[in-house]
Design a protein around this ligand. Structure first.
Ligand SMILES: Cc1cc2nc3c(=O)[nH]c(=O)nc-3n(C[C@H](O)[C@H](O)[C@H](O)COP(=O)(O)O)c2cc1C
Length: 396
């Protein structure tokens, strides 16, 4: 195997997962994902995070290929999610004297998932650990995106081992560093990773960005995706934009429809938005497009218009799934429109309005509910809704 180095004695030990269809068994990853671990070989040897358990055997072999019969002295656990902590038990078994480095919360998770940790070094904000030449510093960034999450900063080589922060979907297909890759590929993958996985924790991400700003960072080594050593601003500016809910003046129109009546309303709304000069309009059928992609666009565009037919006194189940995810993520600062279709006592719009109340976005127009085929008065209302949305976006 190639040995890929971040610095003289710092190695990339990552694995590409092209088999898993759904990250966290929810989010589609058609382009896979990488799990990145790092090995620092100094007077003392430290691993920074591990890998998903399917890669354990090769991972142990690669470590041994680098350090021979020397032991791993420290296992630094920035994040306990199993795709990174999966090899902790294997490391402990192979290197029984290893000291686990983490914070109070980390060790609670180690005990829950794997074993009661004994050799531990509990670190706090600003604590340091010298490996020889390399001096490491720890900073807590809770909820980016678990409570125990921290980052490790190599003061000597100025490398930030950032855990999931600044991570990306997408395997590393040969290129590992940002300057080895055409980043167009990651434009979508990194945003979807952020919006799907970290998006719930935007305020925490903002706090983390501000907290880490004073560090002189020359390289960002996350646990997924490329290592950033040339254009750090590429990733930092994007994370900053997304985590402040800074959106562009476009609109997502999403609908749930069995027989096409709700869909027709969506088409009318979309066309009118276009007539008003809105260029970024994305129309999605919630039964076909996974929430992962729609959520991603909600982080891109300020307008969100959602429609649902009535379904057993409720909204259409696939719209409900999306709505629940949006509510759960607590996405802020959008313009909202609501429409739907029914045949007897409704259920779609009624429940979408409960969502409107909970999410507290700016409702640009009264909800529109048609009974069956779209008729003139509701057609006009769809036009009005689109106009109200366009007015808001164009005046902003
Ligand atoms: C399984 C099923 C459940 C439905 N539940 C309701 C309901 O609870 N209330 C209602 O008013 N209409 C209900 N409808 C009727 C549809 O909402 C109605 O036909 C609507 O026009 C469908 O919109 P669409 O053409 O966009 O699918 C139901 C239809 C089906 C097939």
């Amino acid at each position: 195997m190639h040995q890929v180095k971040l610095a003289e004695n710092t190695y990339y030990l990552g694995y590409n997962d092209r088999r898993t269809h759904l990250f966290e068994n929810i989010w589609p990853i058609p382009h896979g994902v990488s799990y990145n671990s790092y090995l620092i070989v100094d007077e003392k040897i430290a691993l920074v995070d591990t890998v998903e358990r399917q890669f354990i055997d090769d991972y142990l072999d690669q470590i041994e290929a680098i350090i021979g019969d020397r032991p791993v002295d420290y296992l630094i656990i920035n994040h306990m999610e199993p795709d990174h902590s999966g090899a902790i038990k294997a490391i402990k078994t192979k290197y029984p004297e290893v000291t686990l480095v983490g914070n109070k919360k980390t060790f609670g998770f180690v005990e829950s998932f794997y074993f009661k940790p004994e050799n531990t070094l509990e670190v706090h904000d600003g604590a340091t650990l010298e490996l020889g030449e390399v001096k490491l510093q720890f900073q807590m960034i809770p909820m980016v995106h678990w409570p125990e999450t921290m980052v490790t900063y190599d003061e000597t080589n100025k490398i930030l081992f950032s855990g999931d922060a600044f991570g990306s979907y997408g395997t590393l297909d040969g290129g590992v560093f940002d300057d080895e890759i055409n980043l167009d590929f990651y434009e979508v993958e990194i945003m979807r990773y952020f919006t799907n996985i970290v998006g719930k924790y935007c305020p925490h991400t903002q706090r983390a960005i501000k907290k880490l700003a004073p560090l002189d960072i020359k390289m960002i080594a996350a646990t997924h995706g490329p290592i950033w050593r040339t254009d750090l601003d590429w990733v930092l500016s994007r994370y900053n934009k997304w985590s402040t809910y800074d959106t562009d003046p476009g609109v997502i129109v999403v609908y749930g429809s069995m027989y096409g009546n709700t869909q027709k309303m969506a088409e009318v709304i979309a066309r009118q938005l276009s007539e008003r000069g809105i260029k970024d309009i994305r129309v999605y059928d919630a039964s076909k497009t996974h929430s992962s992609y729609i959520i991603n666009d909600i982080f891109k565009y300020k307008g969100f218009i959602v429609g649902s037919c009535a379904y057993n006194n409720a909204m259409f189940p696939n719209v409900q799934t999306l709505i629940t995810t949006i509510e759960h993520m607590g996405i802020k600062d959008h313009y909202l429109g609501v429409f739907g279709n029914y045949a007897w006592n409704g259920g779609g719009v009624k429940n979408l309005m409960k969502f409107a109340e909970n999410i507290k976005w700016d409702l640009v127009h009264d909800p529109i509910e048609e009974k069956g085929a779209l008729k003139k008065d509701k057609f006009e209302q769809c036009i009005d809704l689109a106009n109200a949305m366009a007015d808001k976006l164009l005046q902003a």
